[in-house]
Design a protein around this ligand. Structure first.
Ligand SMILES: Nc1ncnc2c1ncn2[C@@H]1O[C@H](COP(=O)(O)OP(=O)(O)O)[C@@H](O)[C@H]1O
Ligand SMILES: O=C(O)C1=C[C@@H](OP(=O)(O)O)[C@@H](O)[C@H](O)C1
Length: 324
């Protein structure tokens, strides 16, 4: 099903490659300037333009937030139909107007239909990779925030190696699991080994590193992570508790409990930990908020966000950080 879309613009000013795919749930406008009076304007909810376009605000305010949406929307915008109308026939100076008709979202969000995730992540990685100069990317965030899952996707896209700190700690200590290390040697021994591992990693290049949720609490760890770019995966606690309840708490000693009502216990424990650590996460160079991604692409639940969509946002935010 398709929806009529308010989208027009002067094609002469389109940048290459032209945007050819439009999201019908958002009105999209392409062009060099926003006309101050236009019947489509009251319906205009979102803007997809390319960065090289010159925007004259006229009567229309273009909030910064909207501008931030641009890169994402511009990447892949499904369009059912595109037609160009020209005023040349009327003997006027030629102005071409593009009217685009978008495709409807699949029920439940339909990211794969709307965004060609694999293409976007490939393009974005290729664009960013030269600017990284081999710097490692450190993913920080609470337990269950997706550091490992998203980290693997990111590493693959960038042609980097993926490293999991917990695994390296297990290898260093010679114990099978983090839970066993906590049990046999205690948390402070675990933290010392974590720092040792981060120190070693800080001398390496082209790695995406999934750190443990508590790595942010020691300032010395930040000194190591500053050698690369740190990214905080900011996930609502409810989503973390749901994910962790689904897989169980056996591998996460700080959350482990033998309770049947594991969601509420996990939620309580996560809230207490976040209370202690929330501020430390803000030390990261870049914050990737799942709530912001969901709002950006019109998804109601952060649980619908695929690891690739999150990895794309990581790349976008790193790009902004590098350009600063
Ligand atoms: N975007 C996602 N969508 C659905 N499930 C996810 C997503 N990211 C992570 N998960 C799941 O949540 C759990 C915790 O993820 P993980 O990557 O191990 O987190 P972390 O390394 O931060 O502790 C895993 O079971 C994983 O499959
Ligand atoms: O938050 C924490 O203090 C911890 C998080 C765990 O890693 P994940 O964040 O990968 O679960 C692991 O390092 C250890 O259980 C301690």
């Amino acid at each position: 099903m398709a929806a009529q879309l308010d989208a027009l613009g002067a094609s002469a000013y389109f940048t290459s490659p032209n945007p050819t795919r439009i999201n019908p749930t958002k009105s999209v406008f392409f062009g060099t300037k926003l006309p101050s009076t236009n019947s489509t304007m009251p319906k205009l909810k979102s803007l997809a333009i390319s960065s090289s376009l010159h925007i004259k605000n006229g009567d229309i305010e273009v909030p910064r937030k909207l501008m931030d949406d641009v890169e994402f929307l511009n990447s892949t915008l499904p369009t059912l139909k595109s037609e160009v109308f020209s005023t040349a026939g009327d003997g006027q100076t030629s102005v071409e107007i593009n009217v685009l008709q978008g495709e409807m979202l699949e029920p439940g969000g339909g990211f794969p239909e709307l965004f060609d995730e694999s293409k976007i992540i490939k393009n974005k990685s290729e664009e960013i990779e030269p600017y990284l100069n081999g710097r490692c990317i450190y993913l920080v965030g609470m337990m269950g925030s997706g550091k490992t899952t998203v980290g693997k996707v990111l590493a693959e896209a960038l042609g980097y190696s993926f490293c999991d700190c917990d695994t390296l700690i297990e290898e260093t200590v010679g114990e099978n699991t983090v839970a066993e290390i906590f049990k046999s040697y205690g948390e402070s021994f675990f933290r010392d080994t974590e720092t040792e591992v981060l120190h070693k990693l800080s001398m390496m290049h082209q790695l995406v590193v999934s750190t443990g949720g508590g790595a942010v609490i020691r300032p010395v760890n930040w000194r190591h992570m500053r050698k690369g770019i740190s990214v905080w995966l900011d996930v609502p606690l409810e989503a973390l508790a749901r994910r962790i309840t689904a897989v169980g708490t056996d591998s996460r000693p700080l959350l482990h409990h033998e309770s049947r009502n594991s969601y509420s216990k996990t939620m309580k424990r996560l809230s207490a930990l976040f209370e202690e650590r929330g501020e430390a996460y803000t030390n990261a160079d870049v914050r990737v908020s799942l709530e912001n991604i969901a709002a950006k692409i019109g998804s109601e639940d952060v649980c619908n966000l695929t690891p690739t969509v999150i990895a794309i946002e990581v790349l976008l935010q790193i790009c902004k950080f590098i350009k600063k």
